[in-house]
Design a protein around this ligand. Sequence first.
Ligand SMILES: [Zn+2]
Length: 407
Amino acid sequence: MKYTDLKIQTQREFPNNMRTQGFGWLARAGYVTRENELTELGKHFISHLQNLSKDSSFIFPLSFYTNESKSTFYFPLATGDVQLIHCESCKYTERIELAKFAKPVGATHTTSWHFESPLPIEKVETPNCNTIESLANFLNIAKEKTAKALMFTRTSDNQFVFVVVRGDMTLSEAKFKNAIGEVKLATAESISKSGAEAGYASPIGLKDALIVVDDLIPQSPNLVAGANEVDYHFINTNCGRDYQPEIVADLVLAKENDACVNCGNKLSSQYSIALKTKNEFHFENILLALAETYHDEKGLIFPKSFSLFDVYLMYVPGKTINTKEKADEIYNQLQSAGITVLFDDRDERAGVKFNDADLIGCPLRITVGEKALQNGMVELKIRKTNENQNLSLENLITKIIEIKNSL
Ligand SMILES: [Zn+2]
């Protein structure tokens, strides 16, 4: 394809809104606009990637994380929109909202805590303790010794739903939704109708409430929970003795440094972009991942397995020889031989073309210049290694194919 037909616009500077190196280079090389919209060149690259994806292993040269069923691939990127939980040891990877982890049964500071026998329930005054934080401070206990209450209404049948997770945990809306369906926050009216008191709520003694607890709750004896009365809590509440849950499920978010559900190793958290979900590739994300992975200080360096073009062909305007005409001839020969070519057909200075060739990142660059032509040669540069050599016009095509295959 020809440079002028594609209306390629390279940029001398990185865009101000550069979120990542890869985006910056894509914008400078003219694959995307500064507003991150695909240009003509970018659209060609996306269709090229779509063709490559007929062999779904085509993205394997990129580094990525994959989930257990190997159906989803994620490329780690600090500005990505998907937060992952990842185990470096066994490679367990899952979106944070669905990630499993080995829950810390018992408190970290008293290892025998979960073997405690249930103690008698007792109502205590806890003035102004309507948050887990203030409650734990006031009673001088760890947050994991408290029960956190959340109240919802199930959308499908208006059922009032009372959820209990441990005070040191955070409800995962996605896991919760998987367990009981769509919900909305409970109204003050439905809360008071059930007999609960916001800020001081527990499932003890409620009417018409669907009680849903995280699976850690039945294993956590003697928790502090609300007394459903302002400024009062119960100490030593026990799930199964003081209230009966209808549903017990994994409902809470994993976080960094939690233990891996498979191997117990510490989990890490990592932002990423999805390259593939189920059977669908996300080609714009793949393009970005390529640019993040393959660039140097001059621009992009696409490996031949991904590159839209094998060769960047350019000419340096001559004084005695029509170098453009010669380049056009070579362009046709290369294309007939099945080599994909981006022909820089502009009457620009050599320096401008060299810079653009480096930015755009084809594996090979051929320069047709007067001096080499006088000796029946053209110049070849390998983008990745910066190696230059003169190639004879006589067996140019054979030689190019040979070099291309050796990359
Ligand atoms: Zn693991």
